[in-house]
Ligand binder design. Sequence first.
Ligand code: NAD
Ligand code: TYD
Length: 351
Amino acid sequence: MKIIITGGAGFIGSHVVRLFVTKYPEYQILNLDALTYAGNLENLRDVESAPNYRLVKGDITDQAFVDELFAREEPDAVIHLAAESHVDRSITDPLAFVKTNVLGTVHLLNAAKNLWKPLGYEGKVFYHVSTDEVYGSLDFGPEMFTEDTSYDPRSPYSASKAASDHFVRAWHHTYHMPIKLSNCSNNYGPNHFPEKLIPLAIHRIQHGEAIPVYGKGENVRDWLFVKDHATAIDAVFHKGTVGETYNIGGVNEWANLELIHLLCDTLDEKTGKEKGTSRQLIKFVTDRAGHDLRYAIDSSKIMNELGWKPSVTFEQGLGLTVDWYLENETWLNNVTSGAYQDYYQKQYAQR
Ligand code: NAD
Ligand code: TYD
């Protein structure tokens, strides 16, 4: 089987590529990635010379390129992760999210349909990786997002992902494309780009700089270790039913401030600092526009039907993550030089 994994040089994509390249040596894995600011080949150094792995540098917003690639490579399956993925960037540049997340997805669907429909779609799969943010925002309380929750996206990022989910389902109903979808909660772990909360806070703590907490830090997210997301994607890809959607989450809700406290204490302990040292860096800053209050995922469908469950507790996963950042200071320093500094200044100067 030849699989195109899009966005394989990014945070989650690199863990998915690694899992598939090492677990399925009989598969050919093509990593289709534009290598934007979020794509980093350092994430894949350990698998880049595997005989069943290849990088194709290219942009999914270019239909002609995508068509030519599919015609040339004749993939059997697509696992689509390439996206613009950061809510704050979507607030300052929404069009980039429409282009990559909506148009890019439709370009891939078109190319897959043109290649597979004449073959009757036999043995083919288009797997779209999405987010729980398409369901909107929950109040504090016990309610969770299920696969039947109505879509109610509220940021340009989640609106673009919701649109892409709708297009994927439309290709299933209209053109009989064999699709699978999953909607996952917030991921954390190694190789996470330091524009997102956890790696940004780790980077700030390591440099003794302020940790920006939006609003009162009361917003709740449901955190999942990235390697557990990769095993969930493996389960959906191989065992999931065509046409179905699976919610993936960690059953692991944290208010941002509580999470930052735990992170500060973990770093203090691991770097031999007195407990409480890093907490002093917390700085409450202007809230994000339209900030979703709470996300929480009900994962019972994937757990009951596909037998998937997370492999680590949050404390274990966070410990592994902090260890990785402490051991990979060069990775962090490389991605936070140059353009990142401009981003940080622009994003946080007004807060
Ligand atoms: P990321 O931003 O770390 O990586 C995105 C990757 O896509 C990068 O390698 C980038 O170079 C590539 N890319 C961007 N635009 C492209 C284009 N036009 N053509 C080709 N490649 C392009 O993202 P991530 O956090 O790894 O997220 C991966 C997917 O998972 C996304 O679809 C995202 O919506 C979804 N998701 C993310 C989370 C999370 O917590 N990070 C949670 C649920 C779902
Ligand atoms: P983020 O990692 O950007 O993920 P998402 O917005 O997709 O959930 O943010 C996680 C939470 O942390 C979210 O409630 C916003 C908040 N946040 C901060 O408080 N400070 C920050 O500097 C960032 C980047 C996020």
